[in-house]
Design a protein around this ligand. Structure first.
Ligand code: GLU
Length: 441
């Protein structure tokens, strides 16, 4: 089984989404189940509602799961596992106070040596500490595993001292809960961010100490860098999945980009289900990748162009049934827009209620705009089908020509002084002329 294990402690980052997509793809390719595990062990940092937000984002991206669990529901199982480790002398109670450990850390800093927990300290503060923690005994042997992206990684025994698995309040730590749950749900392949590389030997040691020897594969994804080459932080707005959606990037384009980044892909533009056919996690580059908004815009544009008129009209105006003229118009305007928001802005300018005197005030051709506007209002029921005929009619009626005709005509019809050719847009604008000419009261 594959899993995605988000913590409900913050907004979904594109790195999280990338891990979710890859786990989902692997589940489909291997014909295994896909589990969502909400890792809510850090009670103080959990944000109410974040779990639901993450789940609805996964839905939006088409990452449908077979089962959903909350880690906190398994606490009693984690405690039983810890009990088993205590009985087998693989874990022990540690009574060290925070102050004592802090002092030992300071000493290590002064001696310029890395801080390592020493098992002989376990009962030093026994008289003053009411609630002990439980620590897993550190490893005596190196721990090695093969990462599907990074190759073989070894951790020496001195890098793995005895670490806390159950806190003093009885709550399991992240590594313990994670390793136990991966065993309980028979997870056999984990894809996650490379910030978890140093957790992996701990989780493997937990499995070994519990006598569980089923092989598990790991792939740790290189971090995503911002355009400045630094690790993308929460301050980079583009790192937030919600922000990208709000900017008008389509889920299909975002997942296309996240699958393609730092990867060797057979085509530039594809859908998630196409990627399932050929995706190979071993092709992901080891080095960090830079997030490139321009590339995402290019991919988004290509996916917008793949939408039909009815889909486009629904995306632009979800309140109504599809308006095919609006969809057709949007397809023409797509030449100049890479996101839904950019497209929406242009389309909205056409239909914005017009306070006509104010709208054209200060424009180069305000007088000409008014003339054309009035003619259009008078003729709006009988506008010719053909653009050529329409143009001739308006030129004749207005006595305008050249730039003093075309520019104001474009402004009146589209709400903008530049844009697609009017002969392309006219057939659709004509069908919606009432709405275009509507005045603000
Ligand atoms: N809750 C962890 C995170 O969001 C999951 C890590 C893992 O996949 O094991 O980073």
């Amino acid at each position: 089984m594959l899993r995605f294990a988000p913590s409900p402690t913050g907004d979904m980052h594109i790195g999280n989404l990338r891990a979710a997509i890859f786990n989902y793809i692997l589940a489909k390719q291997r014909n295994e189940k896909f589990l969502i595990r909400i890792e809510d062990t850090d009670m103080a940092r959990n944000i109410p509602g974040k779990d639901k937000e993450i789940l609805s984002l996964l839905n939006l991206f088409g990452l449908f799961w077979d089962s959903l669990v909350y880690q906190s529901h398994n606490f009693s199982k984690h405690q039983q596992f810890a009990e088993f480790l205590l009985q087998n002398n693989k874990a022990f109670y540690c009574y060290c106070s925070k102050e004592f450990l802090e002092q030992k850390k300071q000493e290590a800093i002064e001696q310029k040596i890395p801080f390592r927990y020493d098992d002989s300290w376990a009962e030093i503060c026994k008289d003053s500490t009411k609630k002990p923690v439980i620590r897993l005994r550190g490893s005596q042997k190196p721990i090695t595993y093969r990462d599907e992206i990074k190759g073989e990684i070894t951790f020496e025994p001195n890098e793995l001292d005895s670490f806390v698995i159950i806190r003093e309040d009885g709550i399991p730590t992240y590594n313990f809960a994670c390793a136990c749950d991966d065993m309980i749900y028979d997870i056999d392949y984990i894809v996650r961010g490379e910030d978890h590389v140093s957790n992996t030997p701990k989780q493997l040691l937990i499995r070994q100490s519990l006598g569980y020897d089923k092989h598990i594969q790991f792939a740790h994804l290189p971090i995503i860098l911002g355009q400045d080459g630094k690790k993308m932080s929460k301050r980079d707005r583009a790192s937030s999945v919600v922000w990208l959606l709000e900017e008008g990037f389509l889920p299909v384009a975002i997942s296309n980009y996240l699958i393609a980044m730092g990867n060797a892909v057979p085509h530039e533009i594809f859908t998630l289900s196409e990627a399932i056919e050929w995706f190979d996690i071993k092709k992901i580059a080891k080095s960090p990748v830079k997030f490139d908004l321009a590339k995402l815009r290019f991919i988004n544009h290509a996916h917008l162009k793949n939408l039909n008129e009815s889909d486009l009209s629904m995306l632009l105006d979800s309140s109504s049934t599809p308006n095919l003229s609006l969809g057709a118009l949007a397809r023409i305007y797509l030449e100049e827009a890479s996101t839904l928001n950019e497209l929406r802005e242009k389309i909205e300018a056409i239909f914005a209620p017009k306070d006509i005197a104010k709208l054209y005030e200060g424009q180069d051709f305000s007088k000409e705009c008014m003339i054309l506007y009035n003619i259009l209002c008078a003729k709006k029921q009988n506008l010719p089908l053909e653009y050529e005929e329409f143009k001739q009619l308006l030129m004749k009626e207005s006595n305008l020509k050249g730039k003093a005709f075309f520019k104001p005509l474009r402004i009146v019809l589209s709400g903008a002084s530049c844009g697609p050719e009017l002969h392309q847009t006219y057939p659709y604008l004509r069908l919606m002329i009432d709405k275009i000419l509507s005045l603000k009261n």
